[in-house]
Design a protein around this ligand. Structure first.
Ligand code: ADP
Length: 270
């Protein structure tokens, strides 16, 4: 006895997500999807990978099931497990099994966070087999023809001793993502937060300075997401300097010298 997989429609993205085109990523992804090629989106946190996936599933009219990966995640969290209830045990599909059954695009966000013994659960779905064995249940799911697996991957994490095995990496086509160009980032920040182009331009300038500090005391540059946060606070009437400290300095580092350096960059512009 098991639950019927939840319907396809509830996972559809109904309204067009705002996505600012960066290059030829839409055409490349469409080609990859038409071959049902598993895809790896590489790039720093907060640079637009998830937004791109939301936009593509909307464009392709496919359901999207997103999983935020973490190191405590087990293969059962992805595949499914038996649950105990008052009537006995019942099988509950995990997000990977549901995606394979209903033909969703399954997006495993920050997949490096998952342990390698969890990551291997995706192997049979990412080669010619396109199957998912539910060992505990004794079932083999043949993936729906529309199913595709997409993972995001932050190359910066390699320095933190986290990486995918070659046997996992070499199952994916990959696309590089990075912070958008200045002009594109200004329009993203302005549209997403409501600040004018002049203010968005200043936020982007501060980010450019901070991004140069990556590897020189900062693990990661200021993401587009944080610039949007800064803009949102400024739109709510928060003093720009305080808004920048709250979103573009304090989250990034606890090092007092680095905070001074970042705050100095903020004061140059506001
Ligand atoms: P990632 O998945 O790379 O960590 P997100 O896709 O969540 O990052 O992007 C963070 C935020 O940055 C988004 O919520 C959006 O506001 C903004 N953003 C980044 N790139 C774009 C883009 N090309 N078009 C529109 N918004 C973007």
């Amino acid at each position: 006895m098991f639950d019927k997989p939840a319907g396809h429609d509830q996972y559809l993205v109904k309204d067009e997500p705002y996505y600012e085109l960066v290059g030829d990523e839409v055409a490349l992804y469409e080609a990859a999807y038409s071959a049902r090629m598993p895809m790896m989106l590489k790039g720093p946190t907060g640079c637009g990978k998830s937004r791109f996936v939301e936009y593509m599933v909307w464009k392709l009219k496919r359901p999207l099931i997103t999983v935020a990966c973490n190191e405590d995640m087990t293969a059962s969290d992805l595949v499914g497990r038996f649950l105990l209830d008052k009537d006995g045990t019942k099988w509950q599909d995990g997000p990977l099994a549901t995606s394979a059954r209903i033909g969703a695009i399954c997006y495993l966000d920050e997949v490096v966070e998952a342990r390698q013994d969890t990551t291997v659960a995706i192997h049979p779905l990412t080669d010619h087999r396109r199957t998912l064995p539910l060992d505990k249940k004794g079932e083999l799911i043949e993936a729906h023809p529309d199913f595709q697996l997409v993972i995001s991957y932050n190359p910066g994490y390699q320095s933190m001793m986290k990486d995918l095995k070659q046997s996992t990496k070499q199952r994916f086509g990959a696309m590089d993502f990075d912070y958008p160009t200045e002009q594109t980032e200004v329009s993203i920040v302005s549209k997403e937060s409501g600040v004018d182009a002049d203010t968005a331009g200043k936020l982007v300038q501060i980010a450019h300075r901070a991004r140069n500090l990556k590897g020189h005391g900062l693990d990661e540059g200021i993401s587009t997401r944080l610039l949007v946060y800064a803009g949102q606070l400024i739109s709510k009437g928060v003093n720009p300097e305080a808004a920048c400290t709250m979103t573009m300095v304090t989250p990034l580092t606890d090092d007092p010298d680095m905070r001074d350096t970042l705050n100095a960059a903020v004061q140059t512009f506001f």
